[in-house]
Design a protein around this ligand. Structure first.
Ligand SMILES: *Cc1c(COP(=O)(O)O)cnc(C)c1O
Length: 407
């Protein structure tokens, strides 16, 4: 087939209207190319991306080492099943284990699947002792498959899909008293995010994770941390739990794990990992050589370019810009929450019109939980790119009419 001219955004949109399930709200733009913190649409317009890949493109669009590793691997061996050994999976598991708590890896392809594996492992570990209950936090997000969805304690995501999976219980986030009341002799595990991402970049108090760790230890439950969004250097540590000085029993990670290639992982302490014996759990594509080569290249990029350190500097620069918005418009800005390149700007007004206005100025951002502007910029973003995008965001925010709020 000869290569025809690039179809227009409108032509591609027409294909979707006819042939693609309409389960996503999409902007009327077809993206065709990305590099670093920029993407281009089919019409050749360039956008500055403060939310690259919904958090997956942590080291920017098409990071060179990842591109190179995937090109090399795809010509060598695309896929073999987990009935064989493959060197990239072993190497990637080692690199992740060494940067976390010395656990063992089960690979899959997404965050939801990583959480499914964690929930199954926790129930398998607790089974003989009659432990099955999974305690999760309200406002959390763990994915769309049934157990991960049940773990997601947000009624709007359950509506219409009931009955949910039995054996889950929900507590308010960042409330150790509530955790104390729910964690009991039937509890297999507590599953929380170290920072709630989709829930609005909610950073718990410093003692929260340590408090959960203590309660789990006292009651014999496992602590599972969902680092699908916070993991892989997003917050300036490899994993967000490392800021809190506690160690989980099981950790899940996906989104940024392999530089934008689909990959998920569950890391488990070896004594628990040993309980997933052959036949108990599996993923056909999990740990495939392409994803693992991409993951290894992601770690190499973060280390050789000192991007964990850079995460802190990026966060500070954003915090300065957002702080100046708050100074100028205290009626609009309710809270600023920054941990590395996880950035939440809570407003007194709906955030989605601001996303639309930014798109009009070719700046890509995200809104979550109604009032929160969420930014997950790449660790490779430059100071001038930060300043350029924040100038646009500032223009739009400062131009809004006074908020009639009870702030
Ligand atoms: C995105 C996300 C998930 C779900 O990941 P998928 O890859 O979409 O299945 C789970 N947990 C957290 C914290 C997330 O941010």
């Amino acid at each position: 087939m000869t290569q025809l001219a690039q179809p227009s955004s409108a032509e591609t949109i027409a294909l979707f209207e006819r042939y693609v399930v309409p389960n996503y709200r999409r902007y009327p733009v077809c993206l065709v190319r990305g590099q670093g913190s920029y993407v281009w649409d089919a019409e050749g317009n360039r956008y500055l991306d403060f939310f690259p890949g919904w958090g997956c493109n942590l080291i920017g669009h098409c990071p060179p080492r990842v591109v190179e590793a995937v090109r090399d691997q795809v010509a060598q061996l695309i896929h073999v099943p987990n009935t064989w050994y493959m060197e990239p999976q072993g190497q990637f598991a080692r690199l992740l284990s060494e940067r976390s708590f010395g656990g063992q890896a089960f690979f899959c392809n997404s965050g939801a699947e990583a959480n499914e594996a964690a929930i199954k492992l926790a129930r398998a570990v607790g089974h003989a002792a009659g432990r099955f209950k999974i305690v999760t936090a309200q406002g959390g997000f763990h994915g769309r498959t049934y157990a991960a969805l049940t773990a997601t304690a947000q009624p709007q995501y359950h509506a219409g899909f009931e009955p949910m999976v039995p054996g889950f219980a929900y507590m308010p986030y960042d409330d150790l008293g509530a955790a104390d009341r729910l964690i009991d002799q039937t509890t297999a595990a507590v599953l929380v995010e170290p920072i709630q991402g989709e829930g609005g970049i909610v950073i718990p108090s410093d003692s929260y994770l340590a408090g959960l760790r203590r309660l789990c230890d006292d009651r014999g439950a496992l602590l599972i941390l969902d680092e699908v969004q916070t993991g892989m250097g997003r917050t300036g540590c490899w994993f967000a739990y490392q800021h809190a000085g506690v160690v989980p029993d099981i950790l899940t990670c996906a989104k940024a794990l392999a530089g934008g290639i689909a990959c998920g992982v569950m890391l488990a302490r070896p004594e628990y990992a040993a309980q997933l014996r052959p036949g108990m759990h599996a993923s056909t594509f999990g740990g495939n050589p392409i994803a693992c080569r991409a993951g290894i290249a992601t770690i190499e990029t973060i280390e050789s370019d000192a991007l964990l350190e850079r995460a802190q500097a990026i966060g500070s620069r954003f915090a300065q810009h957002l702080g100046s918005f708050r100074d100028q418009r205290p009626d609009l800005v309710r809270d600023i929450r920054v941990r590395g390149t996880m950035i939440g700007l809570e407003l007194t007004v709906e955030a989605s019109p601001i996303v639309a206005a930014c798109l009009g100025r070719r700046l890509l951002i995200n809104a979550t939980h109604g009032h929160v502007v969420r930014l997950l910029p790449a660790l490779t973003i430059s100071d001038s790119e930060i300043d350029e995008g924040c100038a646009i965001l500032g223009d739009i925010l400062l131009g809004l009419p006074p908020a009639a709020s009870t702030h």
